[in-house]
Design a protein around this ligand. Structure first.
Ligand code: B12
Length: 222
């Protein structure tokens, strides 16, 4: 028999797949009043539903408006859960500039990364989606310790290399740590494009960013 937690995760996933906002809100309220972690609800409930409706879309079982509506529901759920996301506070905080790279409109994963970073005490500036390299560079120049980039498409992940090259050209690479993440990105790819770190998911990203900030603070450029 399914446990209460399993049932709740299933409800979260199912309400995304069936675009049922009332059921999603009720399920999220139940999570908030239960012992389940908000992150578990997000990743093992809602994100599973998102991936399931993505597969349905690929198989022609639903259409783009449904996929987009499911994305909006993910955002609603994330907003409700955000105050309840608990991450161990970072000992040293820093300013993170984040965005989804040019040509790419996927932001659900990036938004989860932002929510986790904020809950750990980081100041995060979100450049949004479809971000060109000059916008990343401008924002880093205004003051950023970490540049974080997201890409969900194999066609857009190479753009991360361009952004890193632009940072190098402008002399900002020396003082900025770069982390990359998203579905087609791997540890190996991050090394290849000379990023400083790769984050598999939001909590891995948080751990890597904490380490990068420590590295940056320990490092004396003189
Ligand atoms: C939802 C979705 C969409 C939505 C996006 C809505 C939105 N607001 O984001 C819409 C409908 C707009 C869309 C459009 C398209 N999509 Co789409 N989409 C998806 C889908 C189903 C889910 C992605 C998602 O949100 N997952 C849930 C989140 C929580 O997970 P996540 O994004 O992976 O993020 C986690 C980690 O990756 C990581 N992470 C992510 N970013 C970062 C950054 C940092 C710094 C760190 C540390 C970590 C990190 O942490 C996150 C949380 O743990 C995927 C399929 C899939 N299984 O992923 C396809 C998918 C990504 N899409 C795909 C495609 C092809 C497209 C389109 C080209 C479709 C088309 N033919 O029009 C367009 C492209 C539009 C564009 N220019 O970007 C392909 C990509 C294939 C490829 N090899 O490139 C996929 C894989 C589907 C498939 N199997 O074919 N899509």
């Amino acid at each position: 028999m399914a446990s209460n937690n399993e049932r709740l995760l299933h409800d979260l996933s199912d309400s995304i797949v069936n675009l049922d906002e009332d059921r999603l809100r009720r399920s999220v309220e139940t999570v908030i009043n239960s012992k389940m972690s908000a992150y578990d609800a997000l990743m093992n409930g809602m994100a599973k539903g998102m991936n399931a409706i993505g597969r349905m879309y690929e198989n022609g079982e639903c259409f783009l408006p449904e996929l987009l509506a499911a994305g909006d529901l993910m955002k609603t759920g994330l907003q409700m859960l955000q105050p309840h996301l608990k991450a161990e506070k970072a000992q040293m905080s820093g300013r993170v500039i984040i965005g989804t790279v040019q040509g790419d409109l996927h932001d659900l994963g990036k938004n989860i990364v932002i929510a986790i970073l904020r809950s750990a005490g980081f100041e995060v500036y979100d450049l949004g989606i479809d971000v060109a390299s000059n916008r990343f560079v401008e924002k880093v120049r205004e003051g950023g310790d970490i540049l974080a980039m997201s890409s969900l498409l194999t066609t857009t992940s190479p753009y991360m290399r361009e952004v890193i090259a632009a940072l190098t050209r402008t002399g900002l690479r020396k003082t900025t740590k770069v982390i990359v993440g998203g579905l087609p990105v791997t540890e190996e790819y991050a090394r290849e494009i000379e990023a400083d770190a790769y984050g598999k998911d939001a909590f891995d990203g948080l751990a890597k960013i904490k380490a990068l900030v420590k590295d940056k603070t320990d490092w004396d450029p003189s």
